[in-house]
Design a protein around this ligand. Structure first.
Ligand code: NAD
Length: 261
């Protein structure tokens, strides 16, 4: 379905981003894998594996997307490496869990920069080309926390609500030019990002890690199951098909019913 298209996936070295890169490659897209990785050898191996398995071209670029200039550089180097970007998946993100009064201001700045501003910087660079070519797909990996809040996640919830706002504006601006922009809003998916917050949440709430999983993370998820990276990747791939061309500006939950509450 996406044969010959070029996709840039941020945060593609683990979790949801890796599953999306793998799925788009399996559908025939050439992939620019982005990672923060200080380990270029690991990224090279991931890329080689993907190329060999799917017969596509893969490039990898490291960048710290909490720095605006790095986001600009990534977008430009990606286009130089493989060609104009047709599909942009803004996936890289981070979390920090702490009560508001103890929330470190530098963490706030870092989370807003990575989870929200990086998507703006990357979109800004690729948008004109997508519009000129009359085809583009921008998929922002937002969160159920774009729609509802949880305590102790001030920066994350603010950044993800902001990302949904950016999604809607970009959707309106790209609509007549064949560029769709959507936000996928996963509930809890068991990836390193979630695994890392379990001990912090346990500390913030004074409960055990098992209680965090049962009573906090999955408490609001009616299926009582984590969503999977493959499910998020499948929706991303669908949004790139002709059947999805009228879906734009949408917030699409993959949350086991969480936001139906
Ligand atoms: P993950 O920790 O496995 O992946 C995060 C990715 O972001 C990694 O590739 C990491 O290298 C990259 N990254 C982190 N800091 C970076 C920086 N400064 N510069 C560049 N890249 C950086 O986590 P994940 O769960 O796969 O998260 C992917 C996205 O999905 C995030 O935006 C997250 O907010 C969102 N999300 C996750 C869940 C979940 O339950 N896991 C739920 C909703 C939304």
């Amino acid at each position: 379905m996406v044969n010959g298209k070029i996709a840039l996936v941020t945060g593609a070295t683990s979790g949801i981003g890796l599953a999306i890169a793998q799925r788009l490659a399996a559908e025939g897209a050439d992939i620019v894998m982005h990672g923060r990785s200080a380990d270029p050898l690991a990224m090279r191996d991931l890329c080689r594996g993907l190329s060999a398995r799917e017969g596509i071209t893969c490039a990898y670029i490291a960048a710290d997307l909490s720095i605006p200039e790095e986001a600009d550089r990534l977008a430009r180097e990606a286009a130089t490496a493989l060609g104009p970007i047709d599909i942009l998946v803004n996936n890289a993100g981070m979390q920090h869990v702490a009560p508001l009064e103890a929330f470190p201001p530098e963490k706030w700045d870092q989370i807003i920069s990575l989870n929200l501003s990086a998507a703006f910087h990357l979109t800004r660079v690729v948008f004109a080309g997508m519009k000129a070519r009359q085809w583009g797909r921008i998929i922002n990996i937002a969160s159920a926390h774009s729609l509802v809040a949880s305590p102790y996640k001030s920066a994350y919830v603010a950044s993800k609500h902001g990302l949904l706002g950016l999604t809607k504006v970009a959707a309106l601006e790209g609509a007549e030019a064949g560029v769709t922009v959507n936000a996928i809003c996963p509930g809890y998916v068991l990836t390193p990002l979630v695994q890392k917050q379990i001990p912090d949440t346990a500390k913030a709430r004074g409960i055990t890690e098992a209680q965090v999983v049962r009573d906090v993370l999955l408490a609001a998820q009616p299926t009582k199951k984590f969503a999977t990276v493959e499910e998020v990747a499948a929706l991303t791939a669908f949004l790139c098909t002709p059947g999805a061309q009228s879906i734009t500006g949408a917030a699409l939950p993959v949350d086991g019913g969480w936001t139906a509450h």
